[in-house]
Ligand binder design. Sequence first.
Ligand code: ZN
Length: 251
Amino acid sequence: MAVQGLYALQNGFMGAQRSLLFYGEYSEARTQIPVTCYVVRTSDAIILFDTGVAPRAVPGLMRNDPFARFTDEDLLVHRLDGLDLSPSRVDLVVLSHLHYDHAGGAALFSESELVVQKDEYAYAHYPAPFFAPFYYRKNFDLPGSRWRLLDGDTELVPGVTVLRTDGHTPGHQSLLVELPESGPVVLAGDSCYWQEHIDQERVPGVVWDPTRALHSIKKLKTIARLTGGKIFPSHDPVFWQTVKQAPEAYR
Ligand SMILES: [Zn+2]
C-alpha cells in the first residue's frame, strides 16, 4: 500500500448562517465553522486537499464576521511548516472546488500541479450571478500555474482516488484515501458540510443543483459502506474536535 499518512490541517474558523449550511432552512442564526485542509503522504507523491482561504482575505473576514478566527499558525504555510513541508514539496493540490474558502491558497503552489474538474474550472471563470460571490477570480486566475483538468473519477496515485461529487458546485470532487491501518477515508469537501449532511442526507444551503448534491451524498455513503470507509465532512465544528490534528497522522 502506497499511502503512508493523512494529516488534518486547520485553516481558521468563520461564521455561517444555517440557511447557508442547510438547503431549505431559513434561519439566519450563525455558527462558527472550521476551514479545513488535508495532506496525504504517499510513497509516490505529497498531495494537498484544499487550500483554505487566502491570507489577503483574512483581514476582511476578521472585520466583517464576528465568528472569524484566524491565528498565525492557521496560515497554510505555517501548517505545512509543522509537517516540515514547503509548498514546493507538494506534488499535487487537489481542489474540491474553487470557492474562496477552498481555493484561497492555490497561488502558493506555483510548482505543484493543481487538480480540479474541468467543469468547475470553466464555471468558476463564468459563474451565474447567484454564485459569483463565492468565486474570487484572483484565487484561480494564476498565470504560469499548471492545471490538471479532470472529467470524472480518477485514480491519482495508488490508494488516492478523486471522486466526482457535483451538486454543491458544477464540478465538485471528493478524495478517497486508502490508509493501510485506519482504512479508507473519504474527504468529502463541501458535498457534506456536517455529519448531519451525511446521516440525514441534507443538501448544503449553498448549492448549484440540489438534486445532484443529494445524489453525490448518496454516492459517497455507498462507497463508504462498500469499502468500510469513513466520510470526513468539510466544515463540521463538532466532528472537527474529534479529528486528530497535524502533526499527528492517520496511518
Ligand atoms: Zn463551497
